[in-house]
Design a protein around this ligand. Structure first.
Ligand code: KG4
Ligand code: ZN
Length: 353
């Protein structure tokens, strides 16, 4: 039994969790800053790091209390090292260093993207006890506010990047288009809610790089954002009311379907090209119901198992960091990132050559 306290502060959630053996979640505390950033229409880095400073100690204390453990009974402390906002990452990393030093515990640095990948195998109500992949390769689509990546996972900790976005991340596109349509922040949930009553075929928005062989596994979302902007200008010029709930619903649904189509198309193509034994979709945008439904339908038709985390593990959390830390540590038992460990705002997954 390996119990890890994991800490995550890469963006705008201050999170701590106690996870056993990479799957059993004893506590998962998330203090979100969404309300603080809403007035800025996006995450304000300075505000984020100050809020992490205020929240980190109580969040860790709550995670330990809910799991009914003391620091001394843990096996290790894990923390997100990057990628993310440097000022935010620093708060979590310094808290983790302090705890590890005081308790004499190993300190395990975790890549945030690897955390999202391992969020797929966390225990959740209604799911079997932690299901780490038993058959590789696994084709992973990471879709978050900062990343859109297709990765072939050949084993625990063994990654090959197939492609990714050339410009905006999918979550960023949701956030920018939501701002454009004045739907609020964060954009993903706002667009999903508005789109619920809309027709996804109302407007024909571009599916960029869909049939571009030189960018077979790459994405581009900035053109979709511009196309949506141009469409709203055209509709306004025609005298249409951009505050009309039916029009907004159609715009949001058409945009959402365009994103989901291109994400799922390329994921399916990559799964077939790599002979994937299963597909995993993770990151904040994997909470999107249209993406979940589109991916489920396509992969079911091909009889390829699909894993998407339950909603609570789609967006940033520390349980996923504890899961990734466990598998990394099991593969490399000598791993211990000392107190000299630093944060990295940009930190790609280590790839196999
Ligand atoms: O993984 P995450 O919590 O943070 C990053 O690592 O970036 O992802 C946040 C992103 C935001 O862009 C947010 O708008 C998007 O995930 N998101 C969604 C939904 N929920 C969150 N996008 C589409 N549909 C959703 N339901
Ligand atoms: Zn994330």
């Amino acid at each position: 039994m390996t119990k890890i306290l994991a800490i995550e502060t890469s963006c705008d959630e201050t999170a701590a969790a106690v996870v056993e053996d990479g799957c059993s979640v004893h506590s998962n505390v998330i203090a979100t800053q969404i309300d603080l950033h809403r007035r800025f229409g996006g995450v304000f880095p300075e505000v984020a790091s100050r809020q992490h400073v205020l929240a980190i100690a109580p969040v860790i204390a709550q995670a330990l209390a809910e799991a009914d453990v003391s620091v001394q009974t843990l096996d290790a402390i894990a923390v997100t090292q990057g990628p993310g906002l440097a000022g935010s990452l620093l708060v979590g990393v310094n808290a983790a260093k302090g705890l590890a030093f005081a308790a004499g515990l190993p300190l395990l640095a975790v890549n945030h993207l690897e955390g999202h990948i391992y969020s797929n195998w966390l225990d959740a109500p209604g799911r079997a006890h932690g299901r780490p992949p038993d058959a590789f390769p696994v084709l992973v689509l990471i879709v978050s506010g900062g990343h859109t990546e297709l990765i072939e996972m050949r084993g625990h900790g063994r990654y090959r990047r197939l492609g990714g976005t050339l410009d905006d991340a999918a979550g960023e596109a949701f956030d920018k288009v939501a701002r454009l349509l004045a739907l609020g922040f964060p954009g993903g949930p706002a667009i999903q809610q508005t789109a619920a009553r809309g027709d996804p075929a109302a407007f024909d928005l571009p599916r960029a790089l869909r049939h571009d062989p030189s960018h077979r596994f790459d994405f581009s979302f900035s053109g979709l954002k511009t196309a949506t902007l141009n469409l709203t200008k055209r509709l306004a010029a025609q005298g249409q009311d951009l505050h009309d709930p039916h029009l907004l619903a159609d715009l949001a649904a058409s945009f959402q379907q365009a994103v989901a189509d291109v994400l799922v198309d390329k994921t399916v193509d990559a799964a077939l090209a790599t002979g994937a034994q299963q597909v995993c979709i993770c990151g904040g945008v994997s909470a999107n119901q249209t993406l979940r439904a589109t991916a489920t339908a396509r992969l079911e038709a091909l009889s390829i198992p699909l894993y998407i985390p339950p909603l609570v593990y789609c967006t940033d959390n520390a349980a996923m960091i504890g899961a990734a830390a466990f598998y990394n540590w099991r593969t490399h038992p000598s791993q211990e990132d000392g107190l000299a460990m630093d944060v990295h705002a940009s930190l790609p997954l280590v790839e196999e050559v």
